[in-house]
Design a protein. Structure first.
Lengths: 113, 116
């Protein structure tokens, strides 16, 4: 899992609650990404950030928000507007550039109570 | 539209036999292709990538992949499977976004089961 940490490992959300997933990297990577993994659907991109203080929506951004105030950190908030949040969430990072490899954290499993 | 397809949801192979996990792609321009492996409740681990050069790419844990431009394929292979190779395997292609940045497009994954 390299130098990317995600916390917590498991997270429980009550209906109507916002929850925040942490992602930290010490690889000095500029780019960071959030993916959602559901069985049989592979990975889907939620948000990505190429540099500090800038981020872009991915393919399934509705119901999620992010911030990128520091190069090392890219937290994801799952808001109450996300009606089906149960999934495995993966954070990744890379250097910019087409040839660069993306490295992943260990993931956070979000469950709804 | 750029895409990656993994046509098999699951591949079963006996320990010691060669294994192949298939991947085909559709991209504009030169493809940059990757293979990752995921063990249960873990993040994805990088196995290998094709950027340019030799069509046969060697990676971690004895895996290799063959890039075939005419068939738009990038199949993952290993000469002799181990029970510990049992996992979920993802093929991915690096895609250029309109904004000038890049993202990965992942296949839906292939579950490999190596039987003792």
């Amino acid at each position: 899992d390299g130098g990317i940490t995600q916390s917590p490992k498991y997270l429980f959300r009550k209906e109507g609650q916002n929850v925040t997933l942490s992602c930290e990297q010490n690889l000095n990577h500029d780019a960071m990404y959030w993916y959602r993994q559901d069985p049989g659907q592979g990975l889907r991109l939620i948000y990505y950030s190429q540099i500090v203080n800038d981020f872009q929506k991915g393919d399934i951004a509705e119901g999620y928000s992010v911030s990128r105030e520091k190069k090392e950190s890219f937290p994801l908030t799952v808001t109450s507007a996300q009606k089906n949040p149960t999934a495995f969430y993966l954070c990744a990072s890379s250097f910019p550039g087409r040839q660069e490899t993306q490295y992943f954290g260990p993931g956070t499993r979000l469950l709804v109570l | 539209a750029q895409s990656v397809a993994q046509p098999e949801d699951q591949v079963n192979v006996a320990e010691g036999n060669p294994l192949t996990v298939k991947c085909t792609y559709s991209v504009s321009g030169n493809p940059y292709l990757f293979w990752y492996v995921q063990y249960p409740n873990r993040g994805l681990q990088f196995l290998l990538k094709y950027i340019t050069g030799d069509n046969l790419v060697k990676g971690s844990y004895g895996f290799e992949a063959e890039f075939n431009k005419s068939q738009t394929s990038f199949h993952l292979k290993k000469p002799s499977a181990l029970v510990s190779d049992s996992a979920l395997y993802f093929c991915a292609v690096r895609s250029l976004l309109f904004s000038g940045t890049y993202k990965y497009i992942f296949g839906t994954g292939t579950r490999l089961k190596v039987l003792a």
